[in-house]
Design a protein around this ligand. Structure first.
Ligand code: IPM
Ligand code: MN
Length: 328
């Protein structure tokens, strides 16, 4: 297999620490790859005002995958990096599926949340009128297209075909009666093409209770962008902590590279101390290997993470132990 060209955006805070461990493990798995580093994120923005040059977006389109640590520093105003870097990457590379798996053996958790990743409340629709006056008006809409909803739901059923063949739609159809209607109708139509699959519908508030009380009911969940954002933090919290939560931002149609990153942020409070758990970043690297067609290496990394889980402490000690288990 040809050498994989991986763009690496290590970012801020604990990002570089955990990404370093991820790449160490990929190397130990014997995968042939080369990296292209991108100095972007909060520190870069504070240094020279750069968020994401157009030329970088063009270059990304030529890569096989992008591996991200975390971006964000406390001095950068909210929205600059989120909208200007992370969301722009999702939109421009059409990373329309955000796949976030959660497992916890003792709690019987083995589920995958599919979060629609390019629309909804994240689309950026809305604005201010009469800003700063007592009569200020603000709207922030949720944009849902039939195409975007349908491709997320279809991905859910296809994923379920490799799992336990059960798909739950999570939304808030009792209040969001327009977007909820589109999601529900589309879900029913797609489900009809998969007659032997179990399906369920949960309101998002009820799903929060089930995540805590009875998460074993879930196999695959499909949901919109904002519900998925919130629900996947909860998913991390109930399945071993956000330090274990991995994610794939997929251009599932394969028209460009996909992006892989831990669900957690840059955690400036613990940065530089060598105590961040690199598991989420390493598991995200395993998802990247799977996507690159390196299924055996991906499975080996995954098994190594499970074997090492909880037995060592410290960023590089955990990375070393997983790398050793992979090299076996
Ligand atoms: C995530 C993050 C991002 C999101 C932020 C940093 C823009 O919370 O990946 O879940 O809201 O999608
Ligand atoms: Mn989030």
């Amino acid at each position: 297999m040809a050498t994989h060209r991986i763009g690496v955006l290590a970012g801020d805070g604990i990002g570089p620490e955990v990404v370093g461990e991820g790449l160490k493990v990929v190397e130990a798995a014997g995968v042939d790859f080369e990296t292209v580093d991108y100095d972007l994120g909060g520190e870069r923005y504070l240094r020279d005002g750069t968020v994401l040059p157009d030329s970088v977006v063009d270059e990304w389109k030529t890569l096989d995958a992008i591996y991200v640590g975390a971006v964000g520093t406390p001095d950068v105003p909210p929205g600059v990096l989120e909208r200007g870097l992370l969301l722009r990457m999702r939109f421009e590379l059409d990373l329309y599926i955000n796949l976030r798996p959660f497992r916890h053996a003792d709690r019987n958790i083995d589920m995958a949340v599919i979060r629609e990743n390019t629309e909804g409340a994240y689309a950026g629709e809305g604005g201010f009128l009469r800003k700063g006056t007592p009569h200020e008006i603000v709207t922030q809409g949720s944009v849902n297209t039939r195409m975007g909803v349908e491709r997320a739901i279809r991905f859910g059923f296809e994923l379920a075909s490799k799992r336990r063949r059960h798909v739950t739609l999570v939304h808030k159809t009792n209040v969001m009666t327009y977007s909820g209607d589109l999601w529900y109708r589309t879900f029913e139509e797609v489900a009809a093409e998969y007659p032997y699959y179990g399906t369920a519908y949960n309101h998002v508030d009820a799903a929060c209770i089930y995540f805590v009380d009875s998460p074993d009911r879930y196999d695959v969940i499909v949901t919109d962008n904002l519900f998925g954002d919130i629900l996947t933090d909860l998913g991390g919290a109930v399945s071993g902590g956000i330090g274990k939560a991995a994610s794939a931002n997929l251009n599932a149609a394969g028209t460009g590279p996909s992006m892989f990153e831990p669900v957690h942020g840059s955690a400036p409070d613990i940065a530089g101390r060598g105590i961040a758990d690199p598991s989420a970043a390493i598991l995200s690297a395993a998802m990247m290997l799977e996507h690159l067609g390196e299924g055996a290496a991906a499975a080996a990394v995954d098994r190594a993470c499970m074997a090492v889980d909880g037995s060592v402490q410290g960023t590089s000690a955990i990375g070393d132990a997983i790398a050793a288990a992979v090299a076996g």
